[in-house]
Every structure is written in C-alpha cells, then in structure tokens.
Design a protein around this ligand. Structure first.
Ligand code: HEC
Length: 172
C-alpha cells in the first residue's frame, strides 16, 4: 500500500492505542461522576457543577495518555535488559561453573564454551543467529534447541534471560 513495514506497525500502534486510551478515560470519567453524584447527594455542595467536571477530567488525564506517545520500545542491546542485574543473575545461577565469562566472579568453568566476545559472535550454540531475542530463547530452553547437550534448562524467567542477554551483549 505504499508504506513501509515500520510505518505500518506505527500506524497499527496508533490505531490500537487511541481507542484503548479513550476507553480508560471514559471509564474513569463515569466512575468519577458516579462518585461525585453520591457525595453531592450527601453533602449538597452547590459550588460543584457537574458540567464542568468532565472537561476538567479529560484535560487532566490527556497529558497522562500522551505520555505513552513516545517510542517506549527501546532498541535491543541498550534498553533490552539490565546488564548489571544480568551479571548478578549469571552469578546467582552459577553459569560460571560451566562457562568462562569475563567480568563475572569465579566464572572459569570449562564444561561449555567461553562466553567472551559474545556481542561479535555469529551463532549461538552453532544453531541460532546471535541476537538478543534468540539469546533469550537459548538461555531459557537450551534443551529444546539442542536436545541432550550439557546445558540444562534452568528455569530462567523472561526477565532474567533478557538481563543476562543484555550483559552478554556488553562483551565485545
Ligand atoms: C552444566 C553446565 C552448564 C551450565 C550450568 C550453563 N551452561 Fe551454557 N552451555 C553449556 C554447554 C555444554 C554449552 C554448549 C551447548 C552446545 O553448543 O550445544 C552451552 C552453551 C551456552 C551458550 C552458547 C555458547 C556459544 O558459544 O554459542 C551460552 C550463551 C550459554 N551457554 C550461556 C549460559 C548461561 C548464561 C548460563 C547460566 C544461566 C549457562 N549457560 C549455564 C553448559 C552449561
């Protein structure tokens, strides 16, 4: 249709985001008006005009909605995960008993391959193209990718795997 894939995605994002946002505003407005009606009933405050409430509410919520307008998906490698937490997770999961990993205390294992220069490697385990998304898959499910290899599925969460991947990608 004459637009790039990226533009198409951005368009889809806008289309989904706008109605989604208004549903929340409408729901909040209705709940607020209901609540206001109840308190008005009890206290009979003449000063508060209902007609003034909705525009005020929308005006106060709009900046909140627009706050989500920026590109919230950081590019892989930078905002992909938290490398500092990843390094701590590598230590906690004991990856260093099998791997030699620069910058990680006592990570001098020789069971698996050394994990130095991982930012520049082409493949993960000779099977997956090396990128952060594939690294998360490998770290969580090595036995699915290479059944029977010596690296166990260790029950990493998506978050742990993303952080560890982020750390490995600092190794160039
Ligand atoms: C029990 C030993 C063991 C443990 C524990 C282990 N691994 Fe591995 N790992 C291996 C082996 C063996 C391979 C090689 C698998 C293959 O190539 O089929 C490997 C492969 C890898 C690779 C791909 C290496 C390459 O050169 O392509 C990465 C990355 C990796 N492991 C990271 C980790 C991380 C991070 C942890 C901790 C969460 C971990 N491993 C825990 C044994 C282990």
């Amino acid at each position: 249709m004459g637009i790039t894939q990226l533009e198409d995605q951005q368009l889809a994002g806008i289309v989904m985001w706008i109605p989604g946002g208004f549903v929340y505003v409408a729901a909040a407005a209705i709940a607020f008006l209901k609540w206001l009606g109840e308190t008005e009933h009890h206290t009979r405050q003449p000063g508060l005009r209902r007609s003034a409430v909705l525009p005020a509410l929308v005006a106060s919520l709009t900046p909140l909605m627009l706050g989500g307008c920026g590109n919230s998906d950081p590019p892989p490698g930078t905002g992909f995960g938290d490398p500092a937490h990843g390094r701590a997770a590598i230590l906690a999961f004991g990856c260093g008993s099998c791997h030699t990993i620069p910058g990680v205390l006592n990570a001098r294992g020789l069971v698996g391959p050394p994990l130095d220069h991982f930012a520049n490697r082409v493949y993960i385990a000779g099977m997956l193209r090396n990128n952060p998304e594939n690294m998360v898959i490998w770290l969580r499910y090595p036995q699915t990718i290479v059944p029977g290899n010596a690296m166990p599925n260790m029950g990493l969460t998506e978050r742990d795997a993303r952080d560890i991947a982020a750390y490995l990608f600092t190794l160039d």
